[in-house]
Design a protein around this ligand. Structure first.
Ligand code: ADE
Length: 358
């Protein structure tokens, strides 16, 4: 997959891509990144990228013209032009065009009740469920893996999609254009999974007071926030999105763990267990926080590693880790428990933890 980052601080990204997993992924050609200096698309002596806000107020606003030129240089047309047809919609300057070809599982054809799950055939569907939502012009309630929960959809629309076409090597999904801003939808692991399945993602880094809203309206598929706080610009947010997404691209993580977890939209400790029976780190899969990790030495600072982890009993280790996930989630993110995939045993355990901590 490829990221295109549009920024006024291109040098910001240098060290980020020169270290760790990202460096290896780039070196091995599993992912690629283009960093584009917004000032290169200005035409005045001062290379002006911002201006005062209409209506008055604090700060400066990024002007639309340089951003539009930067996007044009990447072959990104306004959304209206992209939606005119498969050819126009997907035309990317150097990487060819193609159609948007989702295919829905046959059992999904028919009336779709509000909040019903729509399962998209992962083999035939190239693109992301977010793109499918966009194509249908619906606001997804939840996008996870290849499942899209929609508020409502007409039978007609679904039938059209189901017969629209199938996966083709010649039909790369069109680029997904994202504006990083504190006003955006919250970025989640599920979104990172969606993006990791997209061939080309364009990230526009906002600065100053904001970006002229017409850029968002005309070009962006999504406005994305990495959290409920205001950064001085979108660069840090873009780095977060690139990091979280790239590690989910098949082959990037050495042990292929991400691939395993990606296939389990709602993995729990049982299904996440590998062939050797030892459950792997969850990193939010299944809707719970990860369990605590330990390495040598077995004793440090007067604290011993929990005995269960030392005795080699995989079933016990699995149970212990699940309990720790529940404890951590209850302590740090109780809000996650509502949407988590919990077994009967989990619920009993949770109840006893609640009683224990009062
Ligand atoms: N730009 C400023 N604040 C941001 C945030 N929280 N997420 C993404 N982009 C931003």
């Amino acid at each position: 997959m490829r990221f295109e980052i549009v920024t006024i601080f291109p040098e910001f990204f240098t060290s980020i891509f020169e270290n760790g997993i990202l460096r290896r992924a780039l070196a091995e050609g599993l992912v690629s990144v283009g960093v584009h200096d917004l000032r290169a698309f200005t035409h005045d002596r001062h290379r002006t990228v911002d201006d005062r806000p209409f209506g008055g107020g604090e700060g400066m606003v990024l002007k639309p013209e340089p951003l539009a030129e930067a996007l044009a240089s990447l072959g990104i047309q306004p959304k209206a032009a992209r939606q005119k047809g498969p050819q126009a919609a997907d035309s990317i300057s150097s990487e060819g065009g193609g159609g948007f070809n989702p295919r829905i599982k046959p059992q999904s054809i028919g009336a779709l009740a509000p909040e019903e799950k729509l399962v998209i055939e992962p083999v035939l569907y190239q693109g992301t469920t977010l793109q499918l939502a966009e194509k249908l012009e619906i606001e997804p309630v939840l996008c996870q893996g290849t499942t899209l929960v929609v508020p409502q959809m007409q039978q007609q629309e679904r039938g059209a999609l189901a017969t629209e076409g199938s996966y083709s090597e010649k039909s790369p999904s069109r680029p997904h254009v994202i504006l990083l801003s504190a006003q955006g939808r919250p970025f989640t692991q599920a979104m990172a999974r969606e993006l990791a399945a997209t061939e080309r993602v364009v990230l526009i880094c906002g600065r100053y007071e904001g970006v002229d809203e017409r850029v968002n309206e005309l070009y962006c598929d999504m406005e994305l926030s990495i959290g409920d706080y205001v950064l001085s610009g979108g660069e840090l947010a873009a780095a977060v999105v690139v990091d979280a997404t790239m590690r989910l691209v098949p082959g990037v993580l050495g042990n292929e763990a991400s691939g395993d977890f990606e296939s389990f939209g709602v993995a729990d400790a049982e299904i996440a267990a590998a062939d050797d029976g030892v459950p792997r780190s969850q990193h939010g899969a299944g809707g719970l926080l990860d369990y605590p990790h330990y390495t040598r030495p077995a004793e440090f600072g007067g604290l011993r590693v929990p005995e269960t982890l030392l005795n080699g009993d995989h079933a016990q280790i699995r149970r212990w880790r699940r309990e720790q996930q529940l404890r951590k989630t209850l302590a740090n993110r109780p809000d996650l428990l509502e949407g988590a995939a919990l077994s009967k045993e989990d619920r009993k355990l949770l109840e006893s933890i609640r009683q224990e901590i009062g």
